[in-house]
Design a protein around this ligand. Structure first.
Ligand code: PXG
Length: 463
């Protein structure tokens, strides 16, 4: 007998296939397979329309810091919906929710970042950041400084500018990107160094070498033409790339030497993910401009922001002319109210020190214990509640599988089948659970991932 839930799933799958276009999807293939319909969520768990319980090792898309089902955030949103469901900031107006959020962020942000502009997504934040960088150089009488440098394997979003800034090359050809004026330098991906021909270099030396390629690129392009360098403190969607300790200090020296603005994308690393409020604090980075999104509202509402360091704020905010930029929903009152409450919850419940001192180290230790000597695993790496398990054919060689992504997606399918969401980036299994995850839930995640990696190893003749 076909159950009622099953019929409902089929109904939703058919309607979804008929009318809904999915992001980052092969539509025909997805429709043939049928989507998974997620119907509710609580804590670190999701449920699908078949009633299956799934543990979310990715906090949605790296964003649900406080876990699902937080009633305080829901109440803050409901209250704002009742009191002030919408108003804008264009007509010389503001609202208490957005004012509170900007003031709260000014207290949390590093290095004198006291001013924030709001947008609705990480991509919009990065578009905004690049516009502000151009505006800054125009105001400073340096209109030739127009080239934006970023890194290979970077992910900064999908709008024209953010996709151009991104260094994941499959993101470009469908849309004739990157736009002119975008240049790339290599990522400090030490695990891939041997395969890329750098030999048996140690991480510290590799960090310096890669940083100095930024200098070479700036000199090649002409420092007088380079506006900015954009980077995530830790590269997220590019495969969780943790820079060697030597990398960031050298990059900062180079940016200062050639008067290149440093734009830091904290969309994944912000709001406690690395055990500090911002990844900049983890790596002692002093950015001129910061993009943030995701964990700002724990993903409960679409909201993002760009903060200005002193140098940019002093110039842009004293331009004595209208800054011709802003969105209908910049600083939306409901999203702002939810974000303020989210920051309060993160602070009150001590989630940031929890990631730094207890639950982050617990996740890292359990992954190392479980996978360090696994025949399919080349490296376990992580920081805070970000972790990656790199699947390789030969650990000492640090080489990759010939058909990149096949083993990873095979393993990812086993994870999904057993009720764990883990992301496969190329052949690297990635975890980024909610900051509220318990030790018991980490045990469940690790056990399910181990089962999936064991089965994958077996299928590919490694066990
Ligand atoms: N910067 C970074 C560092 C990101 O990770 C964006 C900007 C863009 O944000 P929006 O809100 O425009 O999506 C992101 C987004 C994945 C995945 O599968 C990662 C992201 C988005 C979608 C999927 O890892 N990161």
């Amino acid at each position: 007998m076909v159950s009622e839930t099953h019929n409902l799933t089929k109904h939703w799958q058919a309607l979804d296939a008929a009318h809904h276009v999915h992001p980052f999807a092969d539509t025909a293939a997805l429709n043939a397979e049928g989507v998974r319909v997620i119907t509710k969520a609580d804590g670190v768990y999701l449920w699908d329309s078949e009633g299956r319980k799934i543990i979310d090792g990715m906090a949605g898309l790296w964003c649900v810091q406080v876990g699902y089902g937080n009633k305080e955030l829901a109440e803050a949103g409901c209250e704002a919906l009742r009191v002030l469901p919408y108003y804008n900031h264009f007509f010389k107006t503001s609202n208490p929710y957005t004012i509170d959020l900007a003031a709260k962020l000014a207290l949390l942000l590093p290095n004198g970042h006291e001013h924030v502009l709001f947008a609705n997504s990480g991509s919009e934040a990065n578009d905004t950041a690049l516009k502000l960088i151009r505006y800054y150089w125009n105001l400073r009488g340096r209109p030739d400084k127009k080239i934006h440098i970023s890194r290979e394997l970077a992910y900064h979003g999908v709008t024209f500018a953010a996709a151009s800034l991104s260094g994941l090359t499959p993101m470009h050809p469908q849309w004739d990107l990157p736009l002119p004026g975008f240049a790339k330098v290599p990522a400090p991906y030490w695990f891939g160094a041997k395969a890329a021909g750098y030999g048996d270099i140690d991480p510290e030396e590799f960090g310096l070498l890669i940083a100095r390629q930024l200098e070479d690129r700036i000199l090649e392009l002409g420092p007088e033409r380079v506006a900015s360098f954009s980077a995530e403190p830790i590269q997220g969607a590019g495969g969780l790339i943790f820079p060697p300790a030597t990398y960031w200090p050298e990059v900062q020296n180079i940016c200062a030497k050639y008067d290149v603005l440093l734009h830091i994308d904290e969309v994944i690393t912000g709001f406690g993910r690395t055990g500090e409020w911002f990844g900049c604090q983890t790596y002692a980075i002093h950015p001129d401009i910061i993009s943030m999104a995701k964990g700002l509202s724990s993903g409960y509402q679409p909201i993002s922001g760009v903060s200005l360091g002193k140098r940019m704020a002093d110039t842009i905010l004293n331009a004595n002319e209208e800054m011709v930029h802003g969105y209908t929903y910049s600083g939306h009152p409901v999203a702002s109210a939810v974000a303020v409450r989210n920051l309060e919850v993160i602070e009150r419940t001590g989630l940031v020190p929890r990631v730094k001192n207890s639950i982050g180290p617990y996740l890292q230790r359990r992954l190392h214990e479980t996978f360090e000597n696994h025949p399919l695993v080349g490296e376990v790496r992580g920081h805070g509640l970000l972790a990656a398990v790199e699947l390789v054919p030969n650990k000492p060689e640090r080489s990759f599988f010939p058909e990149i992504g096949r083993v990873g997606s095979h393993c990812r399918n086993y994870c999904f089948g057993s009720g764990l969401i883990s992301r496969a980036i190329r052949d690297t299994m990635v975890l980024s659970p909610p900051l509220t995850v318990s030790e018991g839930e980490i045990e469940e995640i690790v056990a399910k991932l181990k089962d999936a990696i064991d089965r994958t190893a077996h299928d590919f003749g490694k066990m």
